[in-house]
Design a protein around this ligand. Structure first.
Ligand SMILES: *[C@@H]1O[C@H](CO)[C@@H](O)[C@H](O)[C@H]1NC(C)=O
Ligand SMILES: *[C@@H]1O[C@H](CO)[C@@H](O)[C@H](O)[C@H]1NC(C)=O
Ligand SMILES: CC(=O)N[C@H]1CO[C@H](CO)[C@@H](O)[C@@H]1O
Length: 244
């Protein structure tokens, strides 16, 4: 392996780290579904404060509301601020109808699938990162459309959790499978592409808290990448599996 390749992988790992920071946690669904006494007390109070401010029906469920509280350590004022900010963002960006928009052009260039489940019924989102040419999209002036498509992906994985719930599955989160075969720095991490990536990651954290169970990277090829993930895994205690 040439040194440049490893540098390349190092930077990629840094991006994946940004992608995974704070998103994946080792909590299992049963833990998600079980409310402690303290959580239940906080949730009842939180719910009473926000219930009349929620524009979409699914938002009124305990299943949705508890995430905001947990993301803010059961502290009601910041959880409420976070939730209200998300509602504003959804309204400003018309996110409610994003799943009905025609994404066929983007789905072709940025392939992702949503139609598989794992043994425990978790919806799996698969992203063929190697094909995702952020740079080309940005260069042809599709940056705005790309950002909106990334919103669509987040919205779609969130909905897949609600769909699984509605079908009687005890599922609270999705698994994200990132196939990095063929990924390279030039395509995914060009200087003009980075802001899109950062916006995407921060919107996952801010507007879809606790919806990702685990991010699994496959076909990562450099041992450096692997070492970095192992280090981070220990460091911040998120689950990450690497099938090199
Ligand atoms: C979606 O957009 C593509 C062009 O990007 C077009 O060919 C296709 O007919 C559209 N599909 C629908 C259902 O409007
Ligand atoms: C879902 O979880 C509840 C509570 O933990 C349990 O009673 C129920 O049997 C579970 N359902 C399935 C389909 O696993
Ligand atoms: C080229 C390569 O190694 N592809 C592999 C990517 O990961 C999947 C799942 O682990 C393998 O099935 C492929 O062979």
């Amino acid at each position: 392996m040439k040194p440049f390749d490893c540098l390349n992988h190092f930077l990629r790992a840094a991006i994946f780290f940004a992608l995974c920071w704070n998103l994946a946690s080792p909590q299992s669904d049963s833990k998600d579904l079980h409310l402690t006494f303290q959580e239940k007390t906080a949730l009842d109070k939180f719910k009473a404060e926000v219930i009349n401010l929620l524009p979409e029906e699914y938002m009124k469920s305990d299943f949705y509301l508890i995430r905001w509280l947990r993301a803010r350590n059961l502290d009601i004022p910041p959880a409420k601020a976070m939730l209200l900010e998300s509602i504003k963002w959804r309204k400003d960006n018309n996110v409610k109808s994003i799943l009905q928009e025609n994404w066929s052009d983007m789905e072709q260039d940025f392939p992702a699938t949503f139609n598989t489940i794992d043994k425990l019924n978790h919806p799996i989102v698969t992203m063929e990162l190697g094909d995702w040419d952020f740079r080309a999209a940005v260069l042809v002036g599709k940056s705005h459309r790309l950002n909106r498509y990334l919103m669509y992906i987040n919205e779609r994985y969130m909905r897949s959790v609600f769909d699984a719930q509605a079908a009687g599955k005890n599922v609270t989160r999705v698994l994200v499978l990132v196939d990095s075969e063929g990924a390279n720095l030039r395509k995914q991490a060009c200087p003009l592409c980075i802001p899109n990536l950062i916006r995407w990651v921060s919107s996952m954290e801010s507007y879809y808290p606790q919806f990702v169970q685990e991010i699994i990277l496959i076909n990562g090829t450099c041992s450096y990448t692997k070492n970095i993930f192992e280090y981070l895994n220990v460091k911040i205690n998120f689950l990450m599996k690497l099938f090199a």
